[in-house]
Design a protein around this ligand. Structure first.
Ligand code: SAM
Length: 244
């Protein structure tokens, strides 16, 4: 059923629409009332540059960027990690939230896309907080797990990369995040496909990653080392607070 105020086909049925809200009008209301007017100028600029990129579907949405920025301030995060940078929207929202001496270890297999956002990040005066490493995240995480100095050293870790590796990441990140620190897994509601009937016409990549996301959600719900909260912000974000 169409939501009040909607006459057009619902955008939430389109792949890549960045909200699971069933009312596009309500999502637009949130963006226009609470998000865009408070969005820092560099984030707006980066969002607009990213919108022109052919893979713009991958970017973190503005409402999620705002959420991350506030969350980082609420937990007084200083030392953070991000897996999956793309052009850097969530990275910039993190960098702007951290104190002057805050740090982000930013991992991505693709430096080219990061360089699209880098001039804006530099202009915003926060590039010094970022240590970007190009390459697959898993081997680097293994190296860090082998070094006890990294254990319990991160206040916040945001994971927004290859969904088929999320459980592999979790096995390692649980040692690297500090007790009381938070890991945020993005896309944990995966376009709403998690509850689609088996014969639903899903895009190939949505269908492929769906099983990994389902497995991750089950594993996180059963993991007694963390408290969790799954939020329907963006494409779903699950926060895990390490408790032991
Ligand atoms: C959804 S995008 C990240 C979006 C980003 N957080 C933002 O705010 O725009 C996913 C990113 O994960 C990266 N990626 C995919 N597999 C990876 C891996 N094994 N290790 C590190 N990064 C990876 C991709 O290159 C891509 O840039």
């Amino acid at each position: 059923m169409a939501a009040i105020g909607e006459t057009q086909p619902a955008k939430h049925q389109e792949v890549g629409h960045k909200s699971l809200l069933q009312s596009d009008a309500l999502y637009q209301y949130i963006l226009e009332t609470s998000v865009y007017p408070r969005e820092p100028q560099p984030m707006k600029e980066l969002r607009e540059v990213t919108a022109k990129h052919p893979w713009n579907l991958m970017t973190t949405s503005a409402d999620e960027g705002q959420f991350l920025n506030l969350l980082l301030k609420l937990i007084n995060a200083k030392n953070t990690m991000e897996i999956g940078v793309y052009t850097g929207y969530s990275l910039l929202s993190t960098a702007l939230a951290l104190p002057e001496d805050g740090k982000i270890l930013a991992l991505d297999i693709n430096r080219e896309n990061y360089e699209i956002g880098l001039p804006i990040i530099e202009k915003a005066g926060v590039a010094h907080k970022i240590d970007f490493r190009e390459g697959p995240a898993l081997p680097l995480l293994d190296q860090m797990v082998d070094d006890v100095n990294f254990h319990g050293s991160f206040d916040f870790i945001f994971v927004d990369a290859d969904k088929d590796n999320y459980l592999n990441y979790h096995k390692r990140l649980i040692d690297l995040v500090k007790i009381g620190g938070v890991i945020g897994y993005d896309n944990t509601l995966w376009n709403g496909s998690l509850v689609a009937p088996p014969d639903a016409p899903l895009r190939k990549y949505v269908r492929y990653y769906r099983d990994f996301v389902l497995e991750l959600n089950k594993a996180l719900a059963a993991d007694t080392r963390v408290e969790i909260c799954q939020l329907p912000v963006g494409d779903g974000i699950t926060l895990c607070r390490r408790i032991c």
